[in-house]
Design a binder for this molecule. Sequence first.
Ligand code: SF4
Ligand code: SF4
Length: 62
Amino acid sequence: MSFTPTVDPDKCEGCEECVDICPMEVFEMQDEKSVPVNAEDCEGCESCVEVCESGAITVTED
Ligand code: SF4
Ligand code: SF4
């Protein structure tokens, strides 16, 4: 089972909360937007989805 986190850059407001909360260090800020640079490390905890107030993050299960 693997998980794929994605960020909608149009919704991301650059708060960095997802960068701080992800235990796997999946996200990195690039040009004030969060980018899932280590998406393959995602464990599907959905902490990022819960912390993102703008609803920019989706985690899908493959
Ligand atoms: S928590 Fe949401 S709004 Fe904040 S940086 Fe991450 S994706 Fe962007
Ligand atoms: S679901 Fe959990 S492990 Fe995956 S990107 Fe979000 S916070 Fe990180």
